[in-house]
Design a protein around this ligand. Structure first.
Ligand code: CP
Length: 334
């Protein structure tokens, strides 16, 4: 495997093989398989789970990681093209990335959406520019429009929970959040669930419909797998018979890059905080998923996070397991 950038680059069979390998490595560890291998990790955006799960994954396979982020660097890092570097930044990303990549056998890069230009972010323009500087196998650790490691972990989590692929019902719900968040997780989750063959409903308030490019990609995946994709702003109809609700927040495409305009349509949306009342006509054992970080009392209540519906800790642990499978495939030579 030369890169891991998008679940859409893999067949359903290949994804199932990765999930099976993750399960096998959990049951039968291979603590020396990546001995001597180094994974470079470049974090241009913050992380808790992605950083630690990649470090743990490499350590459990016998390899190691080197981590760099602008906060750690003694040099300021410049990313603009054609700039005269007479300000604070002393290092340009055009040199920094090939240097960092040269120290490892593969590189993971995280760069969140800039949220200035919707087309740029939908096309993952910045991430494409970054990986054009890399001549090693690479992993997308979350870009403007994708979070494939999260989606692979979520695929496994849905399997672990016994949620059926064909005919399983998942609600991807917008939730309240004070900031306009990127489309990476909702886009990746919607595509993953559709590709898995599930019946997916996007539940969101007016003004927060996902862009057509995201919906169309998911609909194509659903066509391949026999799933379906619908959207609504009605919680009760969305939750009817649902087996899992995946909560997330995202920006208004209508006001992309304009927080002040988005803030004007958000004051009435505080009720979009997942609580037990949402589950009235869901399946009785309907589960709650969230990629985290999650804001308690804002996006979801304590009662849900601390109760039996929540699968979020298992979901986070699965990040490490599926990334072990990815790294095994990428670096073991098998
Ligand atoms: N879910 C996820 O990617 O978490 P972090 O942002 O903490 O890495």
């Amino acid at each position: 495997m030369k890169y891991f950038n998008d679940l859409a680059d893999f067949s359903i069979g290949e994804i199932k093989e990765l999930v099976a390998l993750a399960r096998r490595l959990d049951d039968k560890p291979e603590p020396r398989v990546l001995e001597g291998k180094v994974l470079s990790l470049l974090f241009l955006s913050p992380s808790l789970r992605t950083l630690i799960s990649f470090q743990s994954a490499m350590a459990r396979l016998g390899g190691s990681t080197c981590v760099i982020s602008p906060e750690m660097s003694i040099h300021g890092l410049e990313s603009r093209s054609g700039i005269v570097m007479d300000g604070v930044a002393a290092e340009h990303i055009r040199e920094a990335i090939p240097v960092i990549a040269s120290y490892g056998d593969a590189i993971g890069i995280r760069a969140f959406a800039k949220r200035e230009n919707l087309d740029d972010d939908l096309n993952d323009r910045e991430f494409r520019e970054l990986i054009s500087l890399v001549d090693k196998p690479y992993i997308n650790m979350e870009s403007a429009i994708n979070h494939p490691c999260q989606s692979l972990a979520d695929w496994k989590t849905l399997d672990d929970l016994g949620i059926p692929a064909s005919g399983g019902k998942l609600v991807l719900s917008w939730t309240w959040h004070p900031s306009p968040l990127p489309f990476a997780v909702p886009a990746a989750t919607l595509h993953m669930a559709a590709l898995r063959g599930m019946d997916v409903t996007v539940l969101r308030p007016e003004g927060f419909a996902l862009p057509d490019a995201i919906m169309n990609k998911a609909r194509q995946a659903a066509t391949l797998s026999g799933g379906s994709v619908t959207e609504t702003n009605d919680c009760s109809s969305a939750m009817q018979g649902s087996q899992v609700i995946y909560a997330n927040s995202w920006a208004s495409a209508r006001h992309y890059g304009d927080k002040r305009a988005e803030d004007q349509i958000k004051p009435k949306l505080g009720e979009w905080c997942v609580d037990e009342t949402w589950f009235g006509n869901a399946a009785s054992d309907c589960r709650f998923m969230h990629c985290m970080p999650v804001r308690r009392g804002v996006s979801v209540t304590d009662r849900i996070l601390d109760g039996p519906r929540s699968a979020i800790i298992a979901e986070a642990r699965n990040r490490m397991l599926v990334q072990m499978a990815l790294l095994h495939r990428m670096l073991s030579g098998s």
